[in-house]
Design a protein around this ligand. Sequence first.
Ligand SMILES: Nc1ncccc1[N+](=O)[O-]
Length: 226
Amino acid sequence: MRIDVVTIFPDYLAPLDLSLPGKARQSGLIELGVHDLRQWATDRHHTVDDTPYGGGAGMVMKPEPWGQALDAVTSDDCVVLVPTPSGRPFRQADAERLSREQHLVFACGRYEGIDQRVIDEAASRWRVEEVSLGDFVLNGGEVAALAVIEAVVRLLPGFMGNPESIVEESHGTDGLLEYPVYTKPATWRDRDVPEILLSGHHGNIAAWRRQQSLERTRERRPDLMP
Ligand SMILES: Nc1ncccc1[N+](=O)[O-]
C-alpha cells in the first residue's frame, strides 16, 4: 500500500516513522510520502490561504496549490481522504475497507477548511471520502490522518505480530466493546483478578468475557448494542 499525505505541517506526520508504520515501511509493505503543500504555492510568499468569500472569521485554503498538489501525488485508483469535522464518522469498518486499497492520499486542511471546489473537482476524478473522527474541532486534519493511518496500517496482512490480537478488539467482529483485561500479579493493592480467569475453564471464561462486553457496551455505548 502507498500512502501520501499533503499538509502545511509535514513535521506533524513524523510519528509515522515510529512503531508500527515505521516497521511496515522498512519491510516495504507500505510506502509513505509526506508532502508540504507550500511547494505548490508558487507565489513569492507561498500563500496557501485567503479570506473567505461571503465574509466570516478565519481563512480558507486556496484552490490552486491544492489542485497542483493532488495532480502530483494521486494515481488513477487512489482514494483521497479529507479529514474534517463535517465528514462522515470514521469507523472500524472503514479502516478494514480502506486496508484493502492500494493507494490512500490524505489531504490535511487547516484553518477553516479547503475551498470546496478542490473537493468537488477531486471527486470528479478520484474516489473522495470526507471523514470525521468525532464531534470536536481540531486545528487541522493532521492528527486525524495519523489516527486513520494507524487504524488502517495495523490491519494490513503481516503487520501485526499476532493477527489473533486484532480479532478480539473493541469494535471488532461482534461490534461490542472489549471486556476488561488482567495480568500478573493475581493480587495488586488488595485487588484480586476475577476468579473465573484463573479457573482454566475456557468455556466459562468466554461466557464471562461476553457478559462483560455486553455490560460495558450497554453502559457506555448503548448505540452499539445488538
Ligand atoms: N475533528 C476534526 N477537526 C478538524 C479536522 C479534522 C477532524 N476530524 O475529526 O477528522
